[in-house]
Design a protein around this ligand. Structure first.
Ligand code: GLU
Length: 448
């Protein structure tokens, strides 16, 4: 058997795939692999295909298929061709197994040599070649000596085929030119190369194994570090563009640029620029990036996203406020939050008002008097605008010969229950006369 030397992809149109197994929800590492495949396809005018690897009948679940597809649709990544399900390709695999049995490249094992005494189909590893070599686009040539590869199982006793076999049959028959996947599959690749040879492939796909995503400890990212399921990030209020921008930087870079439009990612992405070393997942940076994307949106679109994607109707949660008020508050708070859940919480908490009002350290003596003057004058304002309110507060403080904080601090606390908030002048304007008077009077009541 001739060893295949050439790496394909040069003359053929690029075809790549992401092949998740529905034995769990889509992992963040799988989304990054999908993204790299998708960008590579878009960059080269190629085709990106989603293939669901559901040959493991016991561990594969429909709910996971649904949730994987939900995750792809959330980030706006769609298969360019109908999604392929391995469970619907049994005949194809049977035929290819038979082909290998007929050619002597596979055999039914002797049950006496199997641990559990049951015959399975094993691949006949060609012992006449010294080793298996493939060129990885990220790592360069990788060679494994043939003695390190046992005659591995390609089908169970009931004839059902296993991963290394089906993945090669599919990638070959589906004409995949590049196989871009996690580094955990490097050890499978020599076996797969042997299968390509045995199945008569004219060329190998170009393999590219992506560095692992690591947690802080340097071990592969685990739930102890951060959520690992893509849809958890959706639930936690991350925007899909922000998550994808964050993920594209995990193992790939373009100078020190952090924020990329989708166009830029497509134009700049090159698989050979991916680094070999593991990439540490940094939740603080992801949150920062999400904040940047949140600030790029209009308040209206953020509220629509909360409603459509997270099923949170902020307008309905604040029934006595007008839509305009809610939008104005969203505009005010979107500068300060890092997730949409924080935006939702900020507006809803403001609506509900402070749970309990107590005198705060940092309120100056005479705060009660200042609030009295404020309430009196505020009620006299013809119009509640930010500018008039600001002028009023400045005047009251100047007259009393105190700094602005002496009044701003208790007002802020009265309205929000917190000593930190966006611009107090804007808040007073948006909340409007009645609510301001009600909340400020409540604080006045506990001050001496
Ligand atoms: N189903 C495999 C996985 O989820 C696919 C690996 C591959 O891309 O070949 O890890």
């Amino acid at each position: 058997m001739d060893q295949i030397k050439a790496q394909a992809g040069d003359s053929r149109d690029v075809r790549v795939r992401i092949a998740p197994s529905p034995t769990g929800r889509l992992h963040i590492g799988n989304l990054r692999a999908a993204l790299f495949n998708w960008l590579f396809a878009r960059h080269n005018g190629g085709t990106f295909v989603v293939r669901i690897e559901d040959t493991d009948r016991e561990r594969s679940k429909q709910e996971y298929v649904d949730s994987i597809l939900d995750a792809f649709s959330w980030v706006g990544m769609a298969s360019d061709e109908p999604i392929v399900f391995q469970s619907q390709r049994t005949e194809i695999y049977n035929e290819q197994i038979q082909k290998l049995l007929d050619s002597g490249d596979a055999y039914w094992s002797d049950p006496l040599t199997e641990e559990n005494g049951i015959s399975v189909v094993r691949f006949h590893v060609p012992r006449d070649q010294a080793g298996v070599t493939f060129v990885d686009a990220i790592r360069g040539p990788i060679t494994v000596s043939i003695d390190q590869i046992d005659d591995f199982v390609i089908a169970r006793s009931d004839g059902s085929p296993l991963y290394n076999f089906v993945v090669v049959v599919d990638d070959l028959l589906m004409g995949m030119t590049h196989v871009i996947r996690g580094e955990d599959h490097i050890s499978n690749t020599p076996k797969q190369v042997l299968l390509y040879q045995a199945l008569g492939a004219k060329a190998l796909p170009q393999f590219a194994h992506l560095p692992l995503i690591l947690g802080d400890s340097g071990a592969p990212l685990s739930k102890r570090d951060a959520a690992t399921a893509v849809l958890d990030y959706k639930e936690q209020g991350y925007l899909p563009q922000a998550l994808c921008n964050y993920l594209v930087r995990l193992g790939w870079s373009h100078g020190d640029q952090e924020i990329f439009t989708q166009r830029e990612m497509i134009n700049l992405f090159d698989i050979t620029d991916v680094q070999k070393a593991g990439a540490v997942f940094d939740l603080v940076k992801l949150r920062w990036m999400n904040g940047i994307y949140i600030r790029q949106e209009t308040a209206e679109s953020l509220l629509a996203y909360l409603n459509d994607i997270l099923h949170v109707d902020v307008y309905a949660a604040c029934p006595s406020w007008s839509h305009r008020q809610v939008r104005q508050l969203a505009t005010l708070y979107q500068d300060r939050v890092l997730t949409l859940r924080e935006l939702e919480a900020a507006i809803v908490q403001l609506y509900q008002g402070p749970a309990k009002i107590v005198v705060q350290e940092g309120f100056v003596e005479g705060s009660g008097k200042l609030l009295d003057v404020f309430l009196f004058e505020f009620n006299l304002l013809d119009e509640i605008t930010k500018d008039l309110i600001e002028a009023l507060i400045r005047k009251i403080c100047a007259d009393a010969d105190v700094g602005l904080a002496a009044l701003a601090k208790p007002l802020r606390y009265a309205l929000t229950g917190s000593l930190e908030s966006p611009s107090i002048f804007s808040l007073l304007e948006i909340l409007g006369r009645d609510l301001v008077v009600e909340r400020v009077a409540a604080l006045r009541g506990v001050l001496s």
